[in-house]
Write a protein that binds this ligand. Structure first.
Ligand SMILES: Cc1cc2nc3c(=O)[nH]c(=O)nc-3n(C[C@H](O)[C@H](O)[C@H](O)COP(=O)(O)OP(=O)(O)OC[C@H]3O[C@@H](n4cnc5c(N)ncnc54)[C@H](O)[C@@H]3O)c2cc1C
Length: 310
């Protein structure tokens, strides 16, 4: 589903207001406040300095389990093989970018010219222009894929191209810095090639870079239950289910759209770390075996883990 990334920021502000949340932007949670094995709050750092926020319950939604990890929760990362990713190798990150001054009608026509460019999950998987560029001997910038996918919500613009998959460790600030800067360079170098070989992109210009490189995989906590790849395809049910999710995947284990009504239940225990009290997690850092990350890293799976009501 394509959505307007800029409008989303405003809509998110409105949700925050409607739900009585006190927003604190420009602020990092850096350390847990501990009383023995119980987390009782978080230390933050921002332009206002260091602040301790005490909390009735702490929920770590950092994607990387930053707070859980620093509270002493056992975490894993790239610990075993998944698909063709060997242990120690993380899924690559991507700096999404947008183009303006695009003839989107011509781009859509080109996408429609070959059914294999109309991938049911990957939106439009464009590869004709890249193939032509390679055949002509163009040197492709590092880590740019043989195809790219895009979303379109307005005329004359492609606001979200996903083209460059760069190795990155999202828990290492120098790795994040390098990946983000070098991805920008690769994108600047690919745009002239797109202009030359992609229909409808003859006059394309950079519209924007995403606010930061997107990270697909880092730490996961060891929780009271670890979601398994098999649970998904067994359409498993759990006594502590907090929601359901369709049988589908998109990651190193392959791509399977949610085309059927098959679904499995999501257990509460994947959000509950062992040993440390009063802490929950939500999102991609929840407790799963590595093969299951191909499912548990999805945006709407994160929504299921985050939408519990007491
Ligand atoms: C390029 C790309 C394309 C993708 N495409 C799809 C797709 O098509 N469909 C799909 O379902 N999934 C997709 N994914 C995967 C999906 O986006 C993520 O796995 C998902 O967003 C994870 O959600 P999350 O809430 O756990 O973490 P995030 O979305 O990463 O949110 C974590 C938030 O916490 C903030 N944060 C982090 N650390 C701290 C801290 N210490 N203190 C304060 N704030 C902090 C971050 O700034 C961020 O806002 C894609 C990922 C990438 C990178």
């Amino acid at each position: 589903m394509a959505y307007d990334t800029e409008m989303f920021k405003y809509v998110a502000d409105e949700y925050i207001k409607e739900n009585g949340v006190i927003p604190v932007l420009h602020c990092l949670g850096v350390m847990p406040l501990m009383e023995g094995n119980t987390i009782v709050g978080v230390v933050t750092e921002s332009k206002s300095g260091r602040l301790a926020i005490r909390a009735k319950r702490v929920i770590d939604c950092t994607g990387d389990a930053d707070i859980a990890y620093r509270a002493g929760v056992e975490c894993v990362m790239a610990e075993e093989k998944t698909g063709d990713l060997e242990p120690g190798y993380l899924m690559g990150g991507t700096l999404v970018y947008g183009l303006t001054d695009v003839d989107t009608a011509a781009v859509e026509e080109e996408a429609d010219s070959d059914p294999s460019q109309r991938h049911p999950v990957m939106h439009r998987k464009m590869y004709h222009g890249i193939e032509k560029a390679r055949a002509a001997g163009e040197i492709m910038p590092p880590y740019t894929n043989k195809s790219f996918i895009y979303n379109r919500v307005t005329k004359n613009e492609l606001p979200a191209l996903n083209h460059c998959v760069y190795p990155v460790d999202g828990t290492d600030v120098l790795s994040l810095t390098k990946a983000e800067i070098e991805s920008r360079k690769s994108i600047m170098d690919i745009i002239p090639i797109l202009r030359k070989y992609e229909k409808g992109m003859e006059n394309a210009k950079l519209r924007n870079f995403a606010m930061s490189i997107g990270v697909r995989e880092t730490r996961r906590i060891i929780g009271e239950y670890r979601m398994e790849f098999k649970d998904v395809f067994d359409e498993k049910t759990f006594p502590d289910a907090i929601g359901v999710y369709p049988v589908c995947m998109d990651g190193p284990e392959g791509v399977l759209p949610a085309f059927t009504e098959a679904y499995f239940q999501v257990p509460y225990r994947i959000t509950v770390p062992v040993k440390i009290e009063n802490l929950l997690v939500a999102g991609r850092c929840c407790s799963s075996k590595r093969r299951a990350v191909t499912i548990t890293r999805q945006v709407d799976f994160a929504m299921v883990t985050g939408c519990q009501r007491q």
